[in-house]
Write a new protein. Structure first.
Lengths: 560, 137, 318
């Protein structure tokens, strides 16, 4: 970007500055650390100059938004044309309660739905299963059957919204239910838009919500990718996630590397089924965290786009530019929030949201300030939503695309992230791929070590968390009333399930489940059979149990 | 010279909650402080937790839960501990347990609740103090 | 002492709390341990003790869970001792083996205990042996001792077992070198787990090749079995082999007992024959009566008399 001669001049000037101007400043005001590093371990310089980006080629490394390598954004006009989707993760209690929360958020201006399910649902248990005791509706909505799904979207036309569902093992079942609701509403399947998280690989080393062993889990993920490619063209079958990897303790670098690797694994598994990369890759989406280090996160998002574009073109020979787009959803980081002085979390979320916007995200969830205490209250979630709206409408950052491009720091950091991520990817390649790395505990060890180091930094006061290990107050006072889920919810769900079982056609259910068993043993795509089963009102637990019988259950490899 | 007796701690995750970052960091910190840590992984039932504590003859149980299901699961665990005669085991809890629930937890026998952000050093000291105070026969 | 007595009684009655406390005693307190084992010793010797070891990643714990389930199916009670290394730097240990067996914690017929090596010089082997005795006295039919087999102390621990099973898996990097030399010699059964993998057969032949070199003169030729722990394939066959080995040991023991008996009898018989023939000869030669008289007259003591009598005889036989 700068010619050799000019860069040399600048280098000389910098060296002069370091010899003359700098030392007296350092004498007066010594730097507070001998080395400044971000959490990924990258050394941060005192000042960045054109020297740090001297190899940067504008067209090759940055390009224009909407063109390869998409560093500056997947769309040509980005937020000038359309703002990111404000998609707030929500769900608790019964389907009725969550339906109310959905409507509240839509009224307050959110532009996409995002569903949080309770633990029993996530693990494929009905609300009346013994393992569900005490957990029904407590940290998400309880959905045990199509009936619950119908109530969840009552009054919400599925051709007018897009819905993201944070579900992994039972993705097929929940997607089937959503399709069934769409059918009932008369919405053509090609119009159904949304996302199923459906990223089973990361469960094995990050979110840990695995039901089945790795091979069948990847099969189920691939089933959905394949089904959507053929029948649900507007649906994002998978949200390849780094968020949970980060929350489990990984660094930004590890988050990026492991997520991309999972993406590689899914592309491979889908292509193994005979699909061409351009048939399905344009619908793969990603999900990242936005953590505390402002510039590191922005660099991460930009590096992510460039890396994925290169991987799709060079490794998988995609031809369609849309196959090379990395579309992402971002959530501000939950693990950075504190229970101490919770109002501080509003500021944290704002900074993290801003980083996501400057990083060019397509969709954003902002955490509520009471996340470290309980599920968000209406008041808290409104503030979180307003955070996005103020950034969008008052700050002016949306007036131009990729405003930080060309910043010496940002570009240098983006390059460094890309380089180091490629090293990780090579390492996993050499190991034999994601499945082997998981089995060997490689990802788990990296994450556990980073998590432990982070905690040590906080306890040794090498890392300040305001309100936690510094700027603390004696008497903490809870500024708001906490959201508590009524234990009645569990009883209500159990009654509802019993009623369902009595009213449905049990013969139809039995047949559907038998057909599912048969199809699963034959290793075919299970989506059509699962849709049939949910329409017969087979419950989530009943369907999952059939699959448990065929695939077995998974026991995790512990690495601390 | 310290006695050969080691402090044995069971770190358990009851219920379906899958957030184990904290539990693992605490397990590692306790191990680095010289204790023997038995970690039984995710999704333990109250019965499994209590039986494990009994067979492993632990001094301390650490329960980690972030899903909000502590109000249903902890009383069951404490009751089973009593029934099996494990009343001399110190039980502490961590995760997302609202301040307003803590008195109730203490009433059923949970010694300490370590909320988010509690330094591991504090947990280690608490364990050492309580084991010192009630030397097991 | 009454506390020890109570615990001992509890162990003999199969009370789980007493078993747990007993194991804690043998881990921590040598003096009390001795008293405790003394009370229990008479009730040991009934259990079948199987040692299982293998490198990390071999799927050992998953296999052990399946083995326990198989024994339970056959109506046997099982004790499991899982040994993990103590960190030499911190003195602490992370004991995570039982995670694979957690569903079995609530089975009354199974007792699982995790033990750390604690880096005593030779001490852990003793503590483990005592823990085995406790489970034995408590009436467990089968006792499984699981170690990683990585350090010298772990190799020592496994010797507490009557049957030693070494578990390996293909693709663990260093292949056969991963099996410590000491283990190759003492293993009674080899298992290649994850046998559904590509290089499983090669792992089997590699181990067999090394065994050919080492075990030329042995009476029991260690077999190499294949298992897939996740599905349970090969586990019943493994149990059968363990049983075969037990029968072999019984026969060996029986054989040794007969040998010992026969040796004792022969020695006795030789002794008798030798003594009788020498005395008869001495009597015939008249020397016997002569010296007998001298002993009565206190001219010579019997030892010196015997020496005199035998000097010549023995000289003849040299």
């Amino acid at each position: 970007m700068f010619d050799e001669k000019k860069t040399q001049e600048i280098k000389q000037e910098r060296e002069r500055w370091e010899k003359t101007t700098l030392p007296k400043w350092i004498r007066q005001c010594p730097e507070c650390k001998s080395e400044f590093r971000n959490h990924s371990g990258v050394l941060i310089k005192r000042v960045y100059t054109p020297e740090d980006v001297k190899g940067l080629d504008y067209m090759q490394d940055l390009g224009f938004p909407g063109e390869y390598p998409f560093t500056r954004g997947v769309h040509a006009t980005m937020y000038r044309g359309r703002l990111w989707t404000m998609r707030m993760f929500a769900g608790y209690g019964t389907a009725e309660q969550t339906n109310q929360r959905f409507k509240y958020l839509l009224r307050e201006g959110e532009t996409g739905l995002s569903t949080a399910f309770d633990y029993p649902t996530i693990m494929g248990y009905d609300s009346d299963h013994p393992m569900a005791a005490g957990e029904v509706g407590v940290c998400g909505v309880a959905v045990s059957s199509l009936r619950d799904m119908e109530i969840l979207f009552d009054g919400i036309p599925l051709d007018k919204v897009t819905t993201s569902m944070t579900i992994n093992g039972p993705s097929s079942m929940l997607l089937a239910m959503y399709v069934a609701v769409g059918d009932k509403q008369g919405v053509p399947r090609e119009k159904l838009g949304g996302t199923t998280q459906n990223d089973n690989l990361k469960e094995f080393f990050a979110q840990k919500l695995c039901i089945f062993p790795p091979k069948p889990s990847v099969k189920l993920t691939t089933d959905i990718i394949e089904y959507c490619a053929r029948h649900l063209p507007r649906w994002n079958p998978v949200s390849i996630s780094g968020y949970h990897i980060r929350e489990a303790g990984a660094t930004a670098l590890q988050e990026l590397a492991f997520t991309l690797y999972d993406g590689i694994a899914y592309v491979e598994s889908t292509m193994k089924r005979g699909l061409k990369v351009d048939d399905f890759a344009h619908r793969l989406s990603f999900f990242f965290a936005s953590h505390s280090d402002f510039f590191e996160e922005i660099a991460k998002f930009r590096a992510a786009r460039r890396l994925w574009a290169k991987i799709m073109r060079e490794r998988f020979h995609a031809k369609n530019p849309r196959s090379m787009w990395m579309r992402m959803h971002v959530q501000t980081s939950g693990c950075t929030l504190t229970a101490q002085q919770p109002l501080n979390n509003i500021i944290r979320t704002t900074i993290q949201a801003l980083a996501a916007v400057l990083g060019g995200t397509q969709s954003l969830h902002t955490n509520s300030f009471d996340e470290a205490l309980c599920l968000p209250t209406e008041e808290a979630v409104r503030v979180a939503l307003r955070t996005q709206q103020i950034i969008a409408h008052e700050s002016g950052v949306t007036n131009t695309v990729d405003p930080l491009a060309g910043s010496y720091y940002t570009e240098a950091l983006t390059n460094e992230m890309e380089e180091k991520t490629m090293e990780y990817i090579q390492k996993v390649d050499d190991m034999g791929g994601a499945a082997v790395a998981i089995e060997k505990g490689f990802f788990q060890k990296e994450i556990a070590d980073s998590a432990y180091q982070y905690q040590r930094e906080i306890e040794d006061k090498k890392r300040t968390i305001v309100g936690l290990n510094d700027f603390t107050i004696e008497e903490e006072e809870c500024p708001i009333e906490l959201l508590r889920v009524d234990p009645k919810v569990e009883k209500e769900q159990i009654i509802r399930l019993q009623k369902l079982r009595n009213e449905r056609d049990s013969r139809k259910v039995k047949e559907a489940l038998e057909k599912l068993h048969y199809t699963a043993e034959k290793d075919e795509n299970l989506m059509p059979t699962i849709i049939e089963a949910v329409k017969a009102y087979a419950t989530l637990g009943e369907i999952t149990d059939v699959l448990r019988k065929v695939y077995g259950e998974y026991k995790e490899l512990i690495v601390i | 010279m310290q006695s050969k007796r080691k402090i044995r701690v069971l770190i358990a995750k009851p219920g379906l909650d899958s957030h184990d970052r904290g539990a693992k960091v605490v397990a590692r910190a306790l191990r680095d402080a010289g204790m023997e840590v038995i970690y039984t992984g995710l999704r333990q039932t109250p019965e499994q937790i209590v039986e494990t504590a009994l067979q492993e003859d632990v001094n301390v149980i650490g329960l980690s839960i972030l899903s909000g299901a502590h109000k249903a699961l902890f009383p069951r665990i404490m009751e089973l501990l009593k029934r099996r005669g494990l009343t001399d085991v110190m039980v502490f809890a961590g995760g997302i347990i609202p301040e307003e629930d803590i008195p109730e937890m203490k009433k059923i026998g949970i010694k300490e609740v370590f909320g988010p952000g509690t330094p591991t050093d504090k947990i280690i000291q608490s364990v050492l103090d309580s084991v010192q105070r009630e030397p097991k026969a | 002492m009454t506390k020890i007595k109570d615990i001992a009684q509890g162990v003999l009655a199969g009370d789980r709390r007493s078993i747990a406390k007993a194991i804690t005693i043998v881990e921590n307190n040598a003096a009390e341990a001795q008293k405790l084992i003394a009370l229990l010793y008479a009730h040991t010797g009934k259990a079948q003790i199987i040692g299982l070891t293998g490198p990390g990643g071999s799927g050992k714990s998953t296999l052990i869970e399946k083995i326990v389930r198989e024994y339970r199916r056959k109506g046997k009670t099982v004790g499991v001792i899982a040994v993990d290394p103590t960190s030499p730097f911190t003195g602490g240990a992370f004991l995570g083996d039982r995670i694979r067996m957690q569903e079995l914690s609530t089975d009354e017929g199974v007792f699982i205990r995790s033990m750390a090596t604690r880096n005593y010089l030779g001490g852990i082997a003793k503590a483990t042996k005592d823990a085995v005795k406790i489970l034995d006295a408590a009436g467990k039919d089968i006792i499984l001792v699981e170690t990683v087999g990585a350090g010298q102390s772990e190799v020592e621990i496994i010797k507490v077992a009557q049957t030693i099973v070494v578990i390996h898996a293909p693709g663990l990097g260093d292949e056969i070198q991963a099996i410590k030399a000491g283990l190759m010699e003492i293993a009674d059964i080899f298992v290649v787990n994850k046998a559904d993998r590509e290089n499983a057969d090669k792992a089997v032949t590699d181990i067999q090749a090394i065994l050919q070199l080492n075990n030329k003169e042995k009476a029991w030729k260690p077999p190499v079995l294949k298992t897939v722990a996740l599905s349970g394939d090969g586990v019943p066959q493994l149990i059968e082999k363990i049983e075969e080995h037990r029968v072999f040991l019984e026969r060996e023991k029986e054989l040794r007992r007969k040998l010992w008996k026969a040796e004792a009898e022969l020695t006795e018989a030789i002794k008798e024959k030798v003594v009788t023939s020498i005395i008869e000869e001495l009597k015939r030669e008249g020397k016997f009566e002569e010296l007998l008289q001298r002993i009565l007259e206190r001219e010579i003591d019997s030892a010196s008399a015997a020496e005199k009598l035998l000097q010549e005889k023995l000289r003849k036989h040299r």
